[in-house]
Design a protein around this ligand. Structure first.
Ligand SMILES: Cc1cc2nc3c(=O)[nH]c(=O)nc-3n(C[C@H](O)[C@H](O)[C@H](O)COP(=O)(O)O)c2cc1C
Length: 375
């Protein structure tokens, strides 16, 4: 994707280079984290080598699907990968190597689902853990029409929280062992860290509940522990203060987003990745007047936006300096050569929701076609 030839039109904003801390990116089209449920028994599989390397470009940034930090961290989504065992770390290595061979950077998104789980996913059939003991309402499974009936979580005691912080720290260390360039903390979409941040869920009265400062304490402890462990220059975090996913809403999302953006400045982490307010409940856009611009201004590091972007809107976000990078989810899922298609303004493959989460190692995964000229 070189634009150095004399007379060539200047690149679109999305395809301009960017220095993400010490990493030199050749374009701004980031692959968003996408759960695909093809990591059987929570171990990354060889078919992920092709999937991720298809989407890797020289100087591009990819973020993995959400990856569990411990044996209590998973639920609801079968066959999501983890990074707490030696076997999982070893299984990630060839995937990371293949992405690096293409010249791309690769960050591992690490998560803990908290109450979005059931005893079926937990060691010894124990209750999942959360900030609260309030259960989620039943929800339709990602595959098929069956309902997942959630069971009440167990409210973590304050003195158990350091252990979970440590699980995140060890997972980050493991990600570096697997060869990743850095990690993204999953602090979005109603999972454990949001179950603490958001006041619809967090009903605690200890130092982890009540004020914004208290609700954000645990996520910030995770940030600090990971930054100490692997270096702040390799740490990003994803936040979705405005989302109402998994019954996790906040009564003042703007204040929450600003508080996190400002607090993160203390740790000097590499990036903050925020989901647009219009992505409220699932991946359908809604009309809204809120914006991430105040958080963008408050956060001193690199800022990634995601949620409902097309080529034109991504270009606009970059040229208005509302974001440094734009992450694409569904379009990247369905278009392995998305940066190239944006460069050529080529038509995009449509994505097929029916195969987002099917277990098949090829179908809806590595069989989306490349542009003819590059196939
Ligand atoms: C199939 C699928 C899986 C997803 N998995 C994750 C995930 O593991 N972690 C995460 O933070 N977001 C996840 N998301 C949200 C996306 O990263 C992204 O924010 C969302 O799709 C909106 O962006 P888009 O309009 O570009 O698709 C997922 C979305 C989809 C469609």
């Amino acid at each position: 994707m070189s634009h150095e030839m004399a007379g060539e039109a200047s690149p679109i904003p999305l395809l301009t280079p960017y220095s993400l801390g010490k990493f030199n990116l050749s374009h701004r089209v980031v692959m968003a984290p996408l759960t695909r449920q093809r990591s059987y028994k929570n171990v990354p599989q060889p078919h992920a080598i092709l999937y991720y390397s298809q989407r890797a470009t020289k100087g591009g940034l990819l973020i993995t699907e959400a990856t569990g930090v411990s044996n209590t961290s998973l639920g609801y989504y079968p066959d999501t990968p983890g990074i707490w065992t030696e076997e999982q770390v070893e299984a990630w290595k060839p995937i990371v190597d293949a992405v690096h061979e293409k010249g791309a950077l690769f960050f591992c998104q690490i998560w803990h689902v908290g109450r979005v789980s059931t005893p079926d996913y937990q060691p010894n059939g124990q209750a999942p853990v959360s900030s609260t003991d309030k259960s989620l309402k039943p929800a339709r499974r990602t595959t098929g029409n069956e309902m997942e009936v959630f069971t009440p979580p167990r409210r973590l005691k304050a003195d158990e929280i350091p252990q979970i912080v440590n699980d995140f720290r060890v997972a980050a260390r493991n990600a570096m062992k697997a060869g990743f360039d850095g990690i993204e903390i999953h602090g979005a979409h109603g999972y454990l860290l949001e179950q603490f941040m958001k006041d619809e869920v967090n009903d605690r009265t200890d130092k982890y509940g009540g004020s914004l400062e208290n609700r954000c304490r645990f996520p910030l402890e995770v940030v600090e522990a990971i930054a100490d462990e692997i270096g702040a220059d390799k740490v990003g975090i994803r936040l979705s203060p405005f989302s109402d996913y998994m019954e996790a809403q906040d009564s003042n999302p703007e204040a929450l987003g600003l508080y996190m953006a400002e607090s993160l400045n203390k740790y000097g982490i590499l990036y903050c990745h925020m989901v647009e307010p219009r992505m409220r409940r699932d991946v359908q856009k809604v009309e809204c007047s809120e914006s991430l611009v105040p958080m963008r201004k408050a956060f001193k590091g690199n800022f990634i936006v995601a949620g409902g972007f097309n080529r034109e809107e991504g270009n606009k976000a970059i040229s208005k300096k509302d974001a440094d990078l734009v992450a694409y989810g569904r379009w990247f899922l369905a278009n392995p050569d998305l940066p190239m298609r944006f460069e050529l303004d080529a038509p995009l493959n449509k994505y097929n929701r029916e195969t987002f989460y099917v277990s098949d190692p090829v179908l809806g995964y590595t069989d989306y076609p490349f542009l003819k000229s590059t196939a």
